[in-house]
Write a protein that binds this ligand. Structure first.
Ligand code: GLY
Ligand code: MN
Ligand code: MN
Length: 526
């Protein structure tokens, strides 16, 4: 990146888009400009239909049917500054990814628009409600000045990237230059009979949301409460649609789980050398995260590596602790594959390779809560049913250990809930493009809705005894156990899609021994 500073001619004040002005001198002479557009062979980016492009038409059709006659605006989002002219890695907004089928880092600044078809048009006669168009930045290839001037799009900087032709080939959706977007959004907007209304996924890209607001304001449609509510319904509908996965999504989820299994293998291979090292948790985090980058797009969420007293910290992501023999090590991690579907798996390991009797007792309690929830999960039951099943198993165990200060029934009653001190989080959630997928859905279509075939969700009970918890016997303090697996509901009942990741006490101990032995062999051979 710093190489840019070697281009020394004179100061440049015209490139307002650029955030490098003060530290960089850029050549601007006509001779240089001409010289930079000559003598390059062309570089064509890939343009192949994505597998997802066979599945997006049905998604788009369902979306259009829900909002006939309205213009729907679904931005990808834009780059977020990390500092100065350095950005965070780009991940497209989930609603955009779902309806375009694009994954990886495609495509900052793009906007999907569903334009309502005209009354009595040939499209309408064929049953279409909308025409989808993807507005994107054109390629900045060797024939353009942006080639070497735009650090965001210029292919001198970022390599060949897909433009209009390529993104259309990838998605099967027609494309237009992003410069056309303001006019395309404003067309026929108004309050009169037959005028078009806009809805936008508000959170994805503040600039596009502002563009929509400005158009509304200019055309007399600027009722902020009504508009925000209408926009929210678009986001809500998209989230609820994602609850039932199509066959492509199920296959991507299986890939994510398989890659996550490899990540856990790598953690266990690294574990013996990490024991007692300062920041051993980071050593294990990086073992997992390296697989996430090798096999997938990235991690699906911040990897939790929590040993000993960190294990009961629900969102321990600092991961800077030591890992010591005798401790329980809780790891919650998931690989997000290129299509952006992620697994969400937690395993809890005995660091020395063998559970102590108490650790085993707590672990098997959590495992039996998970199994009980799995057995209850059938098409037609609700997340609340799963929750109550898990809670009963945990409350009974807490009672048997003498920890629960009230009876099991009193604790399970809405006015009690004492057992939640040791399990304050949820124990099941939808999973897919987002780790907490479908989060914009209504309560009645999530917690209280019957689980249906095609849904993918986690079951993740745990017990969390904080090291400073004076209400549990000292030997429980600083122990945290969570077991989390990913489930596909089928018409015939639930399927663990993470069944290949060991979890019984015996299987976990054997898995640890195998991976440690494999790593030892590699080390001695080298
Ligand atoms: N890893 C986040 C969760 O389990 O919900
Ligand atoms: Mn989870
Ligand atoms: Mn998790």
């Amino acid at each position: 990146m710093g190489g840019e500073q070697a281009l020394t001619v004179e100061g440049d004040s015209q490139d307002l888009e650029d955030r490098v002005n003060n530290r960089t001198l850029r050549p601007v002479s006509g001779t240089f400009k001409e010289f930079m557009t000559e003598g390059w062979d062309s570089q064509e980016p890939e343009q192949q239909a994505l597998e997802s492009s066979s599945f997006t038409p049905a998604r788009l059709q369902a979306l259009g049917k829900r909002f006939p006659g309205e213009r729907l605006v679904i931005p990808a989002g834009n780059l977020k500054t990390r500092n100065n002219d350095c950005d965070y890695a780009f991940r497209p907004d989930t609603t955009f990814a779902y309806y375009t089928g694009l994954g990886e880092d495609f495509e900052a600044g793009a906007v999907l628009v569903l334009n309502p078809v005209a009354d009595a048009s040939s499209e309408e006669n064929q049953g279409a409600t909308h025409t989808p168009t993807l507005y994107v930045h054109p390629r900045a290839d060797q024939s353009t000045e942006d080639y070497y001037r735009s650090a965001q799009y210029g292919e001198y900087w970022v390599g060949p990237r897909p433009g209009l032709k390529e993104l259309s080939a990838m998605t099967g959706i027609q494309t237009e230059d992003i410069a056309q977007l303001p006019d395309a959004l404003a067309k026929d907007i108004g309050t009169e009979e037959g005028a078009v209304q806009l809805r936008v996924v508000r959170d994805a890209d503040p600039q596009i949301t502002q563009m929509v607001e400005d158009i509304r304001w200019e055309n007399g449609c600027d009722d902020p409460d009504r508009n925000t509510e209408a926009d929210g319904k678009l986001h809500e509908f998209a989230a609820e649609e994602r609850m039932i996965k199509d066959s492509y999504e199920v296959a991507e989820m299986r890939k994510a789980v398989d890659a996550t299994k490899l990540g856990f293998d790598r953690i266990l291979e690294r574990l013996p050398e990490a024991v007692d090292k300062p920041r051993a948790e980071r050593m294990l985090e990086s073992a997992f995260n390296s697989i996430a980058r090798e096999r997938g797009n990235d991690v699906g969420y911040g990897t939790i590596v929590a040993s000993g007293s960190h294990a009961p910290v629900l969102h321990w992501m600092r991961n800077n602790g030591t890992v010591r023999n005798g401790e329980l090590l809780l790891i919650d991690a998931g690989v997000e594959v290129n299509s952006l579907y992620t697994a969400d798996i937690t395993r809890t390991f005995p660091v020395g390779g063998k559970f102590s009797p108490l650790q085993r007792d707590i672990y098997e309690t959590v495992l039996s809560a998970q199994q009980a929830a799995f057995e209850v999960a059938k098409p037609g039951v609700t997340y609340s049913d799963i929750h109550h099943t898990v809670m009963r198993v945990l409350a009974e165990a807490l009672h048997n250990w003498g920890i629960l200060p009230v009876s099991v029934e009193e604790s399970l009653s809405p006015s009690g809930q004492q057992h939640r001190r040791w399990h304050a989080c949820g124990c099941a959630h939808h999973l897919g493009l987002d780790v907490h997928d479908c989060a914009q859905a209504r309560y009645e279509s999530y917690q209280d809705a019957p689980i249906e075939a095609g849904m993918i969700f986690t079951i993740e009970p745990g017990l969390y005894f904080k090291e400073n918890d004076l209400l549990v016997p000292p030997e429980f303090r600083g122990i945290g156990v969570r077991i989390e697996d990913d489930v596909l509901m089928t018409e015939h009942g639930p399927e663990w899609i993470s069944a290949g990741i060991p979890k019984t006490v015996d299987d976990v101990e054997e898995w640890m021994a195998q991976r440690a032995a494999a790593a030892h062999q590699v080390r001695t051979e080298n």
